[in-house]
Write a protein that binds this ligand. Structure first.
Ligand SMILES: [Zn+2]
Length: 143
């Protein structure tokens, strides 16, 4: 399995850019205060780096969704960090069991194979760790 390692400085820069862009360009439509906004999400398994962004989230009152992949490898420290993020209002989503390319997995096993390989085992691990994800970001999509 391959991950692109991104430093937390990279995450900070990305997040700061997104937040600054949001604050500068997203006003409420006339007569509809509070309408509009932006969804911030992160995926894969950079849990420590996500956790370290908490001061920035607090500073901008920002909430994010963290899509976790390979949840069978979550250790107790990572589960605790995710629980804290969830407690602070962030969403913990699911990002697949094996992080396979969805189009390739579907081509080989069809929908049933995809569910049995990519969805069900990981959801079981997420549930066992105390998470009930209601959103999913599929890995390896193609346009
Ligand atoms: Zn991913």
């Amino acid at each position: 399995m391959k991950y692109i390692k991104t430093s937390s400085r990279g995450f900070l820069l990305l997040l700061a850019t997104v937040i600054a862009g949001t604050l500068c360009s997203c006003g409420s439509p006339a007569g509809k205060p509070g309408a509009g906004g932006i969804a911030i999400s992160f995926d894969d398994h950079f849990i420590k780096e996500w956790y370290e962004l908490r001061p920035l989230f607090r500073k901008y009152n920002a909430k994010a969704t963290f899509f976790v992949t390979c949840p069978d490898s979550l250790n107790a420290e990572e589960v605790a960090m995710l629980k804290q993020l969830e407690k602070e209002g962030h969403e913990i989503g699911f990002h697949g069991t094996v992080h396979a390319k969805s189009t390739e997995l579907m081509a080989v096993g069809g929908p049933k194979g995809y569910m049995e390989t990519e969805l069900e085992p990981g959801l079981h691990h997420m549930n066992a760790a105390g998470f009930k994800p209601t959103s999913y970001a599929h890995p390896g999509g193609e346009p």
